[in-house]
Design a protein around this ligand. Structure first.
Ligand SMILES: Cc1cc2nc3c(=O)[nH]c(=O)nc-3n(C[C@H](O)[C@H](O)[C@H](O)COP(=O)(O)OP(=O)(O)OC[C@H]3O[C@@H](n4cnc5c(N)ncnc54)[C@H](O)[C@@H]3O)c2cc1C
Length: 219
């Protein structure tokens, strides 16, 4: 267990914020999660969004209505202490098979592990990155992501000329299909299920599809 100091809490919208914790001696690989504890014994897993070369740990968090841990984290101030587990997890964007190409697909805060990968490996660009949020204001680190040549933002509740209007699954036809591509899906369960089915129906092997579910839509 680590006791980490809050560096900053930056709100993007009323619900979405980036929690920055001083890293201390924590070592991690892109895609890793950390269990963050609120007062007492409640904890929830959160995916690290920082690059492995950074001195802080970044987390992109949605404050869930009546959510025990996300609400508590949203109220932290610089200098506060947060208890955190050692990093864990098996989701490793871009790393399933050495030399394989990657496609990243995220909804909401599910972009975090991909940002961690991109920040840690700036030379290794995915073939495609699809990112779905409700409104543009909810998109984390858009300028950084737009440096990826094949990057598409899907907005399900806002029409803006430059971006796709609809759920991210409306962009599945953009996905390149090949045996040497691995597909990494992170975020909402419905997006992950729909995308996995689409890929399998288009001949992609189950072993090429990697999934990390953050939220269940009926919650
Ligand atoms: C591997 C993994 C990684 C994760 N990484 C992240 C991350 O990087 N960022 C992040 O924000 N979350 C992440 N999560 C989700 C996170 O762990 C918590 O589930 C979330 O923050 C809610 O916890 P809570 O204690 O605030 O709410 P709880 O007290 O657990 O839930 C309160 C109520 O809110 C409902 N609820 C839960 N989620 C939602 C939702 N999305 N929308 C509406 N209602 C909801 C619950 O059903 C419950 O009724 C991750 C989950 C997993 C499994």
């Amino acid at each position: 267990m680590n006791t980490l100091t809050v560096h900053k809490v930056i709100f993007r919208t009323d619900e979405l914020f980036e929690l920055q914790l001083e890293r201390g001696t924590v070592q991690f690989e892109p895609g890793a999660c950390v269990a963050l504890f609120s007062n007492g014994t409640e904890w929830r897993p959160y995916s690290i969004a920082a690059g492995t070369g950074e001195g802080i740990l970044r987390f992109l968090i949605r404050r869930v209505p009546d959510g025990k841990v996300s609400h508590w984290l949203a109220q932290r101030k610089p200098g506060d202490k947060v208890q955190a587990s050692a990093p864990f997890g098996w989701f490793r964007p871009g790393r399933a098979v050495a030399g394989a190409r990657s496609v990243f697909i995220a909804t909401g805060t599910g972009i975090a592990p991909f940002l961690s990968y991109l920040r840690s490996n700036p030379q290794q660009v995915p073939e495609l990155c699809l990112y779905g949020v409700r409104r543009q204001a909810e998109a984390f680190n858009l300028e950084e992501l737009q440096r990826i040549e094949n990057f598409y933002l899907a907005l399900s509740q806002e029409e803006i000329n430059d971006h796709f209007y609809g759920r991210v699954t409306g962009l599945l036809d953009q996905i390149p299909l090949a045996d040497d591509i691995h597909y990494y899906l992170c975020g909402l369960d419905t997006m992950i299920d729909e995308t996995s089915s689409w890929l399998e129906n288009h001949g992609v092997a189950y072993t090429q599809i990697h999934r990390e579910i953050f939220f269940y839509e009926d919650e």
